[in-house]
Design a protein around this ligand. Structure first.
Ligand code: ATP
Ligand code: MG
Length: 807
């Protein structure tokens, strides 16, 4: 191999070695879970740097999460020293934000643009649906948002969509209008939504070849992890970046970046800039789990066609898991059709059996998890080496309750949603109003927060004034006297204008020079105090407002941390970081805690012990997948991702009854359990054991086992130590089941006590999101809230047990 790389190449198997040392235009590494794909990518980067074939600034590595990017950066630094600054190791979104911040002015945005997260774009779409009276055509904000997102991932815009659409259909016409209007509003607000970050970068490269050339010249080595989950827009972006530089291109303005880390001159000359960048992608089509977000497996299968002459490397040895865990994974994924069979093997030995457990309820199941965690911990396994997975976020609640009671330290990844809290969104809106005053939505959000006596009528009048004078909503605030309001409202508007102006002066000085970053924290404190926002919360007697003050303190602390970690960071950098926080990225320290997360979030990670919970029909596979083409297969891949995270211990658990959506349902074991060879699972408490205690649910379980699906499972009931009982018809209505286990099932169900709700209240439901209470009927424990959810339609909820909170 190349000189001075022995330590880099040590311990690699021959295929891995080839993947690290291959030099050529295109390399595809396809392999199953835990075979070292990410490790190989990391070493490949280190190898290119060590041999000085590439400067740090010539490397662009794409990971699926910011967290994975951070880890890769650290590993590379561990191998070749701190070259971190010049390298771009980031997610697609972060890389595009960096490009757009530099280039936005090329096409009519400013570098302080706002990034709309999905909640922000939902709010905008909601307003537009109302204005266009689109609900009359069956268009809901949720459906419009997901259609627009899908189209953007396909690089389609309103205009090109309209060309193929059946425009004589009024619903289609309205949709096209909405789409176009949405895009207009984003542009007017100097904002990009999440999908635009990628799509508009592709557009930028196509419309301005000299801009694209800048980046083509710069990035000579592009490496993409988790390639199976790229969508078309991301694929196109990679294509644009790997094209050869056009002849007329100007010299590379970044040429000096990053190379000073070694010597002034690289020992080996980097690739001549005339050719396209070298591209390395790694992926596993069995782990493609984002088709619902437009990920396209064909990006892998057609790689060889798109990049002729590409080298393909297959990795087959798994270095992560014991053979028992791998055998289970291989058996499960083998049930998907349409895939290339690849057999993973491990030389770690069989290891422990997979442990199975069936609880009566999700609390019972959670107790099993907590007990196992404690016993593993007593045996010497650190908490940070254990993880608990579930299919949906709402499942974390029962686990958390028991973990708290059992004093097991844990953290929920992506579940806490600090930035979704109303007070944090308000604080962010204040910051955006300063950083990007064109963003009307943020300014409108804070117009009457805290209460200033400004109502809808006033807001509409200001909006109209802004439109008539072709200025932003923010600028309209500077003309309170011209708006013709009474003196009280005028004074309130003038006060808000003054606070924003003052904060702007310290955070974005007029000279264009960026101020020292401490001003993000100072500016935020100023905004929160001078606007009266904090005072209003402090004056309130609502205990929730006290918690809000604490959250805002925490948020100010976040801005201080940011300043410490980013000595040159500006308010725009801060807002970018916040906008790009994803489910896998947590602000909290993870040492010494068990990690709880969804199986989607678990991708790419590994732990000594893994608990996959809720292994039930309707959860995994999730019931929404049933009607989707390819849905059940994608669920199987998701389950495969879950179980292949485990190094030594894998636990699969389920509950017979599950309280969710405010009701108790009887659960069935997942079909995926049946796909695992019986001898691999050691059932601590099986549906069979449960059956011996009698009860309707277990009969239902047996019915399931006895051939509710797939005829291949003959005799499978025996696996759980039970005889097959009558067919599925024995499944009785829920009330019967409840009568049998009156206490066991209901006693532990969530209890909201006497949560006060009245028509007009806003609530948040763990599954349905936010909504408005239309009416409350019934009495005592049987009170029912009739709720109109913003995105999930109308529901009736039993207040006592529904997972809701007032907001
Ligand atoms: P996934 O598909 O889950 O993303 P992956 O293919 O990216 O997995 P890695 O995470 O890179 O796999 O590697 C899995 C584990 O195996 C890691 O702990 C890694 O350090 C280890 N590993 C990889 N290659 C080797 C090797 N040649 N010798 C020893 N350990 C290795
Ligand atoms: Mg990986």
């Amino acid at each position: 191999g190349p000189q001075g790389q022995d330590d880099l190449l040590a311990g690699l198997n021959p295929q891995q070695l080839e993947a690290v040392t291959y030099r050529g235009p295109a390399l595809l590494i396809v392999a199953g879970a835990g075979s070292g794909k990410t490790s190989v990518l990391t070493r490949r980067i280190a190898s290119l740097l060590r041999s000085r074939e590439a400067w740090p600034s010539q490397i662009l590595a794409i990971t699926f999460t910011n967290k994975a990017a951070g880890e890769m950066r650290e590993r590379v630094a561990g191998l070749v020293g701190d070259v971190a600054r010049g390298m771009w190791i980031s997610t697609f979104h972060s890389a595009c934000v960096r490009i757009l911040r530099r280039e936005a002015e090329q096409f009519g945005f400013t570098k302080t643009f706002t990034i709309y997260d999905s909640g922000d774009s939902r709010a905008l779409i909601k307003r537009l649906v109302k204005e266009h009276e689109a609900d009359a055509y069956g268009l809901t904000p949720a459906s419009v948002q997901s259609r627009i997102s899908k189209l953007k991932n396909e690089l389609s815009d309103a205009e090109s969509y309209a060309r193929d659409a059946n425009m004589s259909d009024p619903a289609e016409r309205i949709f096209v209008e909405l789409f176009a209007d949405y895009q207009r509003q984003l542009r007017k607000a100097n904002a990009f939504d999440f999908d635009d970050l990628i799509g508009q970068t592709v557009y930028l490269f196509r419309a301005f070849p000299q801009v694209a050339d800048t980046y083509r010249r710069r990035f000579r080595h592009i490496l993409v992890d988790e390639y199976q989950d790229t969508n078309h827009a991301q694929y196109a972006l990679i294509h644009e970046l790997t094209r050869p530089v056009s002849a007329s291109a100007a010299p590379d303005p970044y040429a000096s970046n990053g190379m000073m880390i070694f010597e002034p001159e690289p020992a080996a000359a980097p690739d001549a800039p005339e050719g396209g960048a070298s591209l390395t992608v790694v992926g596993d089509s069995d782990q493609s789990i984002y088709a619902f977000r437009g990920a396209d497996i064909r990006n892998i299968s057609e790689f060889e066609r798109d990049f002729p002459g590409a080298q393909v490397v297959l990795l087959e040895q798994n270095y992560r898991s014991t053979q028992n865990i791998l055998s289970a994974a291989n058996a499960v994924i083998g049930n998907n059709f349409d895939r290339k069979d690849k057999k993973l093997w491990s030389d770690k030995g069989d290891g422990d059996a997979i442990i199975g457990f069936t609880g009566y309820s999700q609390h019972d199941e959670a107790q099993f998890v907590a007990d196992e965690v404690e016993s593993l911990h007593r045996a010497g396994m650190p908490y940070s080496e254990m993880a608990v997975f579930y299919r949906t976020n709402s499942q974390s609640r029962a686990l958390e309750e028991i973990f708290i009671r059992s004093a097991v330290p844990y953290k929920v990844m992506g579940g806490t949603k600090f930035y979704d809290r109303a007070e944090i969104k308000d604080a962010l809106a204040y910051l955006v109003a300063v950083a990007n005053p064109a963003d009307d939505m943020s300014v409108r959000r804070i117009l009457n927060k805290p209460r200033r006596g400004i109502g809808d009528v006033t807001e509409t009048a200001i909006a109209r004034f802004a439109e008539e004078h072709d200025i932003s909503f923010r600028d309209a605030l500077a003309h309170p006297t011209q708006l013709g309001f009474g003196p009280k409202i005028q004074a309130a508007i003038a006060q808000l204008d003054a606070v924003l102006t003052e904060a702007t002066a310290i955070m974005l000085p007029a000279s264009g020079e960026l101020p020292p970053p401490t001003t993000v924290a100072e500016g935020l404190s100023l905004l929160l105090s001078k606007s009266g926002y904090l005072d209003a919360l402090r004056a309130s007697r609502d205990p929730q407002d006290e918690a809000r003050v604490e959250n805002l303190d925490e948020f100010v602390a976040v801005t201080r941390d940011f300043a410490r970690n980013n000595p040159e960071g500006t308010i725009v950098d801060f807002l970018t970081e916040v906008a790009l926080v994803s489910d896998a990225d947590d602000l909290e320290d993870e040492s010494g805690t068990v990690s709880l997360m969804t199986m989607h979030t678990a991708k790419g990670l590994e732990y000594d012990a893994v608990f996959v919970t809720g292994v039930e029909e309707d959860l995994i596979p999730h019931r929404i997948s049933a009607g989707e083409p390819g849905g059940p297969q994608e669920e199987r891949r998701l389950f495969y991702v879950g179980i292949t995270r485990a190094r030594k211990r894998l636990h699969l658990s389920l509950a017979m009854t599950r309280a969710q959506f405010g009701e108790v349902t009887v659960a069935m074991p997942s079909r995926f359990l049946q796909e695992i060879p019986a001898g691999l699972i050691d059932w601590r408490q099986s549906p069979g054991d449960v059956n011996s205690r009698g009860g309707m649910q277990s009969r239902a379980l047996n019915a399931r086992r006895s051939g509710g699906f797939g005829s291949s499972g003959s005799g499978s009931g025996d696996r759980f130590g039970v005889k097959a009982l009558p067919g599925r018809d024995s499944l009785k209505p829920l009330s019967t089941a409840m009568d049998r286990f009156p206490n066991r099932v209901t006693a532990k169900v969530r209890d909201n006590g006497d949560l006060e709700l009245t028509a007009g209240d806003r609530i948040r439901h763990t599954d349905f999101g936010e909504g408005r209470v239309d009416a409350v009927t019934g009495e005592g424990a049987k009170r029912i809230a009739h709720v109109r959810f913003d995105t999930s339609g109308q529901k009736k909820l039993l207040i006592k047990v529904a997972p809701i909170e007032k907001i």
